[in-house]
Design a protein around this ligand. Structure first.
Ligand SMILES: O=C([O-])CC(=O)C(=O)O
Ligand SMILES: [Mg+2]
Length: 219
């Protein structure tokens, strides 16, 4: 499989640099309210999207939610789920077993999931609003797979880029990926230089002075 250059570059960045790069372009990319709930592993990849809805409004289905996404995904992809509920889990352990086997990088969901201990044992990264033990079965189902979704207020299309770490989750629209990643690399280099100056004894008020405050406007 040819290497995905954007995913490779993202693996050397963090969510803060990418969020700053998007800020400097006036684009909101950070999905607020979603945090790391399983292993402390940064993930990067391309989005495979799933939208959930209540069982009553979903078309009848002979398979459990999320299974089509796992089967459609390639090694290194990230499953991204629009759920929006915290009273019922929209992802679980057996789905994670299947996702792990497929080499999927992780799961991001703007609601609850369950079987977090199983995800921990699998060393499978999960980012969610919360965890609850309540099953999806009989309550919620899949509305769509690999269609555009909205996750914690952020529009996400299949194949958009994703980065998630201990600071949170950020999505990058595929069509501006190069611009955002180039800018994030620049920002990260500047931040590294600043940290170096602080270590060398330059006063932090000078390192983080006016230039820092206006840095993203100047970008
Ligand atoms: O029933 C569910 O909500 C799904 C589940 O536990 C799993 O994937 O292991
Ligand atoms: Mg389970």
């Amino acid at each position: 499989m040819p290497e995905d250059i954007f995913v490779e570059k993202l693996s050397h960045l963090d969510t803060c640099a990418v969020s700053d790069a998007l800020d400097s372009l006036g684009i909101q990319g950070a999905a607020l309210g979603i945090k790391q709930v399983s292993v402390a592993k940064k993930i990067t990849g391309r989005a495979i999207t799933v939208k959930l809805t209540s069982k009553d409004s979903a078309p009848p289905s002979s398979r459990h939610l999320g299974t089509a996404a796992v089967e459609a995904a390639s090694h290194g992809d990230v499953i991204v789920v629009e759920h929006g509920r915290t009273d019922v889990a929209g992802w679980g352990g057996n789905l994670s077993v299947a996702a792990s086997q497929k080499g999927i990088s992780g799961i991001i969901i703007d609601g609850a999931l369950r079987d977090v201990d199983e995800m921990w044992s699998l060393q499978f990264p999960a980012y969610a609003a919360s965890a609850v033990p309540v099953t999806a079965r009989g309550r919620i189902a899949e509305e769509s797979c690999n269609e555009p979704i909205t996750v914690a207020g952020i529009d996400v299309k299949p194949n958009d880029l994703v980065i998630a770490d201990r600071s949170g989750v950020v999505f990058i629209p595929e069509k501006i990926a190069k611009e955002v990643i180039d800018k994030a690399e620049e920002i990260m280099k500047k931040e590294e230089k600043m940290a170096q100056s602080i270590r060398q004894g330059v006063p932090v008020s000078s390192v983080m002075g006016k230039n820092y405050e206006t840095m993203l406007q100047e970008e």
